[in-house]
Design a protein around this ligand. Structure first.
Ligand code: ATP
Ligand code: MG
Length: 252
């Protein structure tokens, strides 16, 4: 595999693509994950491959939510496991979140490989290997969950998630934070907080926001959440994409 030099305009994007390909070779990422990644790349192009002010606002509200949570859990799938295991580890450590593996295309082999990979990357005791309950109204494999983990979580962080699962988790009364580059997806439109950003940029951004919020009293954290308006954040993200398209069109 020949990678371009870091001054190549698509360097980071190509690097991430290689991680996904490697994930497939390692048996961690499903082939379908490659396609999902491509969909994300498209929207990253449109958003300008940066964290917008809208995404930053969503990261701040997410940090407030996680700090106040009693049992926050980060859900990890095969794409997240290869794209950003270190970022998951750091956020989980800083904000005392559990990490639970949940796969759309679940097989015992993939579960095992992801578990080992996460442990090798320094994530302590990921859960999800021995699910003992089921998320209501979600088909058998995807709906597998763990007591004390996602099943009992009050706040769930679901990067690169599927719409059905997001809706099922919301229906259980949980606050659902998603990171999804596509502001039009069902996940984006049904999550409590939608961060329209690349997972690689968003996880560190949540962590940075949490550092600046950690000394705030609980009622101030609560008011950040209460004053947060997810619909306007999604609309702003779409508007940003529209502006970026206009800028390119007018330069042609
Ligand atoms: P939904 O089921 O919510 O309607 P979908 O079916 O269009 O969404 P899925 O394949 O279920 O999409 O979920 C993958 C989502 O993750 C896509 O919306 C894609 O844009 C997004 N995505 C892919 N890679 C990244 C990434 N690196 N960072 C953030 N989002 C990403
Ligand atoms: Mg889907």
């Amino acid at each position: 595999m020949t990678l371009p030099t870091p001054d190549h305009p698509r360097y980071t994007s190509l690097l991430l693509r290689e991680r996904i390909v490697k994930g497939i070779e390692m048996g961690i990422t499903a082939k379908q994950g490659l396609v999902a990644h491509g969909r994300g790349e498209t929207f990253d192009y449109l958003i300008g491959e940066c964290t917008t002010d809208w995404a930053q606002k969503a990261c701040k509200a997410s940090a407030a939510h996680i700090i106040l949570a009693e049992n926050p859990v980060i859900s990890v799938n095969g794409n997240v496991a290869v794209l950003c295991p270190e970022e998951v580890r750091d956020l989980a450590k800083t904000l005392k979140c559990k990490v639970e593996i949940n796969l759309f295309h679940r097989t015992p082999e993939r579960m095992e490989k992801i578990f080992e990979h996460l442990v090798n990357k320094g994530i302590e005791a990921p859960i999800g290997m021995e699910p003992d309950c089921q998320i209501p109204n979600l088909d058998h494999e995807r709906g597998k969950a763990t007591r004390g983990g996602i099943y009992d979580a009050d706040v769930v962080i679901v990067p690169l998630e599927d719409g059905d699962r997001t809706q099922a988790l919301r229906a259980m009364g949980k606050a659902v934070i998603t990171i999804d580059l596509n502001p039009l997806s069902r996940t984006s439109r049904t999550a409590s907080i939608t961060i329209v950003d690349n997972v690689l940029r968003a996880l560190p951004a949540i962590q940075e926001e949490s550092v600046s919020l950690e000394d705030l009293p609980r009622d101030e954290l609560r008011s950040i959440i209460d004053n947060y308006d997810n619909a306007s954040v999604i609309a702003g993200s779409i508007e940003q994409m529209r502006c970026n398209l206009d800028t390119v069109c007018s330069s042609l």
